[in-house]
Design a protein around this ligand. Structure first.
Ligand code: XUL
Length: 529
């Protein structure tokens, strides 16, 4: 029986999922950095430093991959049947190598320029973002080239910060890897390419040509010359990076012929795991932060100032857009505590018994805050309420409406920004998948189905990225003509519709959308970062 293995080297843990050709999960294993490797003293997998720097030890990722494989072996997984491996790495994090291309496993420490690597939570690069934007002339030029505004957690800015703060170290730099390409390189025993979907999270790749952007590469390297030689050419996500090296086949019993498919970022892998394989599909995750990912057929003609664009990991000419909101669970809990006595049951009753638009001519909209927002970039502050498009300086007369409004505000904002990024999007049809803690509430789900006017599928898939990576390794090694059938299969895997839209709500939400535009304008004027 042929098996396919997917790693997920994420922020807090390393997971493995092994599937067969029917995409059934046959084996799994998991390692938690904090508890399995207490010697690294990580908190939730990371080290916090001053000024917003956040790092993780690269060597810990190698040890975690090894321990996860050992646990898989203990569960009698037949390693010799594994045909291909791929993986998911937390996006944006980077590893800096002094020499290459061969990696002398397990002694990679000598090859690391430093062991603690910047990861996606690092926000220390605000200044570098400004410098890059300014260098390219402002006016959204960075986002036009790379698909995203200069973003603190994106890799180019971390490389730039290194060049500025540690020029001597920078001169010894031989190669920059992402977490994904570093882990793939470990498996191959030599450095391999970054794939285009993860490369798009660096502010370094031209999103229309899928090649490194020379101008940005030169700017980042400055007096030391372009950083282009520090990067391998980009690879498609379905390319084979190489064969597994003897270190792994000797130690764990892999077939020496086992292929290593390009690794990719956690978001590209998760959308494969969740079956987002058609233009028009959307997945919304309601968790600590809220994320909306949607598949679009082409690049937006003028990318808007919020959100990010990445190439799709399975569809060769398609892209996906991603919106990230910081005011997720914590803000919802704040509203629950204030207006529903801390009870989700009461919160649900308020959703059932209130309406913001349909009982009278009046429309109500509220925005709620606990942290600075990303979409759009607005500072946290007091909650803001509107009635019929006019700002209120008091609470709603019926305070229960706040519970409905905190959910509607998020759903409408996602709807608005999807439209701004891809104005034709709602034409395509497609599925709406909801995941994350808050998606377990039928009342919350219904609001999303009504705003997006799509049937809703609910997903409970904590290991979507590892599962997606396993599927990607299968996809990369199968004949090209067999791939469309695989796309169908992954879509059918999650096809249980749990909510249908109420068509009457469509017009009502369109009127509320106009109020949302006014609210955003006001917030941007008053509190833009
Ligand atoms: C996406 C992002 C996170 C990381 C870690 O831009 O920063 O989702 O990929 O999960």
């Amino acid at each position: 029986m042929s098996l396919y293995l997917g790693f997920d080297v994420s922020t807090q843990s390393c997971k493995i999922v092994v599937v067969d050709e029917g995409l059934n999960i046959l084996f799994e294993s998991r390692v938690h950095y904090d508890t399995d490797f207490p010697e690294y003293k990580t908190v939730n997998g990371v080290h916090f430093h001053d000024k917003g720097r956040v790092t993780s030890p690269a060597i810990m990722w190698l040890q975690a991959m090894e321990l996860a494989l050992q646990r898989l072996k203990n569960s009698n997984c037949p390693f010799e049947n594994i045909v291909a491996i791929s993986g998911s790495g937390q996006q944006h994090g980077s590893v800096y190598l002094k020499n290459g291309p061969k990696l002398n496993l397990p002694f990679i420490e000598d090859n690391l320029l430093f062991s603690d690597c910047p990861i996606w939570m690092d926000t220390s690069t605000t200044k570098e973002c400004e410098e890059l934007e300014e260098y390219l002339g402002g006016n959204g030029q960075v986002r036009r080239i790379t698909g995203s505004d200069a973003t603190e957690r994106f890799t180019a800015l971390h490389i730039l910060a290194l060049r500025k703060s540690e020029p001597k170290l920078f001169q010894q730099l031989h190669q920059v890897c992402l977490v994904s390409s570093f882990c793939a390189s470990l498996l191959c025993g030599e450095t391999v390419s970054i794939d285009t979907t993860d490369g798009a999270g660096m502010n370094l790749m031209d999103i229309s040509t899928l090649t490194w952007d020379d101008k940005i590469c030169s700017f980042i390297g400055s007096e030391f010359g372009s950083i282009r030689p520090l990067l391998q050419p980009l690879a498609s996500p379905w390319n084979i990076a190489g064969k597994i090296s003897s270190f792994w086949s000797d130690k764990y019993g892999f077939n020496p012929n086992c292929d290593v498919a390009q690794w990719s970022g956690d978001n590209p892998c998760a959308i494969v795991g969740m079956g987002l394989a058609s233009v028009g599909d959307i997945v919304i995750s309601l968790g600590t932060s809220d994320t909306c990912i949607f598949v679009i057929p082409t690049l937006p003609s003028s990318p808007p100032s919020v959100g990010h664009i990445f190439p799709h990991p399975l569809l060769s000419s398609a892209y996906f857009g991603m919106l990230v909101y910081a005011n997720g669970d914590v803000t919802r809990r704040k509203v629950r505590d204030q207006y529903a006595h801390g009870s989700w049951e009461e919160f649900s009753l308020h959703l059932q018994s209130t309406s913001t638009v349909d009982t009278s001519e009046d429309r109500y909209l509220g925005s709620y805050w606990s942290v600075n927002e990303i979409t759009p970039k607005i500072n946290s502050g007091s909650d803001i309420r509107m009635k019929n498009g006019h700002l209120l300086d008091t609470d709603f007369k019926d305070e229960r409406i706040n519970c409905r409004s905190v959910i509607e505000f998020r759903a409408l904002s996602m709807f608005l920004h999807v439209q701004l990024m891809a104005p034709e999007f709602m034409k395509y049809g497609g599925r709406l998948l909801l995941t994350g803690g808050a998606s377990s509430s039928p009342e919350i789900r219904q609001i999303f189905a009504d705003v997006f006017q799509r049937p809703l599928i609910c997903l409970d898939m904590p290991d979507a990225a590892a599962f997606g990576a396993a599927i990607r390794s299968y996809h990369a090694t199968m004949p090209v003509e067999a791939r469309p059938k695989l796309l169908e299969e992954i879509q059918n895997k999650n096809a249980n519709v749990v909510g249908v839209p109420n068509e009457k709500k469509a017009l009502q939400y369109l009127s509320l959308l106009k109020d949302l535009l006014k609210m955003e304008d006001y917030l941007i004027r008053e509190r833009q970062r």
